[in-house]
Design a binder for this molecule. Structure first.
Ligand SMILES: *[C@@H]1O[C@H](CO)[C@@H](O)[C@H](O)[C@H]1NC(C)=O
Length: 316
């Protein structure tokens, strides 16, 4: 049977790259000097861009800093989470509202959840024969995949009524996310897929590796600041993956969340799973399967001691 799972969703970001425009004062400078200055300006501009981390282009103040490779986390806030929700997909849709997909046969569902209270506001049950997995939101439609099948489902964002099933071409359905244009998918292997949301055809796919080793069990996904974040099933790690080429950009280490829950007596919890991103307020939320809490976290650079053990902790 099944103790694993995945999931997730989307955001988009517009980057405005402005190039310097000639100012009026240029008119008073001799042509000869201009002809010397232009190559110099282009050269220094190129050098500047070359050394600037890609993810800081067009960054607004207070936005997520992803210039390091390895992060650990700090909890900013804790919210209640349905301890019976076997979280497989999670996303933030604005207005302190989350959408969540849950797994387990006969208990699978799609839910609209109030962030602050954890209250389930709408629940759409899946057919008993389906085990819910990843969830993402594109426009007005939620897309959900299911375990051990190529069948997925779409739902109307407003009332969670089922719209129609679809067939995808991944080996299995674990995670989903979107940048607002394509769907990203995972199937429990080390492959990150890109799919056309209209046809569900695979348009691109990449194998994710760390130090030459495949990062298997890619699970719940989230698209955050031009990166795809993936829970790695059965680990307390989130892999940060480049959507362009599947390159492993870094890791986020979260072992203290499940440890804390176990220490305070929550014996029934399953693994960390579920990432949601509020792109407007730049808030990151995480939870796990059957976790009684959902956390708002912030990143901080990992200590060297924590960095050393990545392979052991994160590669299952
Ligand atoms: C977990 O918490 C301990 C104790 O506060 C701390 O020393 C350690 O660095 C933390 N680990 C991570 C990966 O955050």
């Amino acid at each position: 049977m099944a103790t694993r799972s995945p999931y997730k969703r989307q955001t988009k970001r517009t980057m405005i790259h402005s190039l310097p425009t000639p100012s009026a004062s240029h008119r008073f400078i001799s042509r000869k000097r201009i002809s010397m200055m232009i190559p110099l300006a282009l050269f220094s501009g190129a050098i500047f861009l070359f050394f600037m981390p890609f993810n800081s282009w067009g960054k607004s103040p207070g936005s997520l800093d992803l210039s390091r490779r390895i992060y650990e986390i700090e909890v900013v806030a804790e919210f209640p989470h349905d301890p019976d929700a076997f979280t497989q997909g999670l996303l933030y849709a604005g207005d302190d509202t989350l959408f969540e997909s849950t797994g387990l046969y006969r208990q699978s569902s799609v839910r609209k959840v109030a962030l602050r209270t954890g209250k389930v506001e709408i629940l759409e049950k899946m057919d008993d024969s389906y085990f819910g997995e990843g969830l993402t939101l594109l426009g007005e439609r939620l897309f959900q995949v299911a375990w051990l099948t190529n069948t997925g489902f779409t739902y109307d964002l407003r009332n969670l009524s089922k719209v129609k099933p679809f067939t995808h071409h991944m080996k299995d359905g674990w995670g989903l996310a979107t940048d607002g244009k394509v769907l990203f998918g995972s199937d429990g292997t080390s492959t990150l897929y890109q799919m056309d949301p209209r046809t569900m055809k695979v348009t691109d796919k990449h194998t994710v590796r760390y130090n030459g080793r495949e990062v298997r069990y890619l699970n719940e996904l989230e698209y955050i600041n031009n990166e795809v974040w993936a829970n790695v099933w059965q680990s307390d790690c989130i892999a940060r993956i480049s959507p362009k080429d599947g390159a492993l950009l870094g890791w986020i280490l979260l072992p203290n969340l499940s440890k804390g829950l176990l220490k305070s007596g929550h014996r029934g919890i399953d693994v960390l799973n579920g990432i949601a991103w509020d792109s407007v307020k730049q808030r990151i939320f995480v939870t796990g399967k059957l976790w009684p809490k959902l956390y708002q976290i912030k990143l901080k650079p990992a200590s060297e001691t924590n960095e050393i053990h990545i392979e052991r902790q994160c590669l299952v």
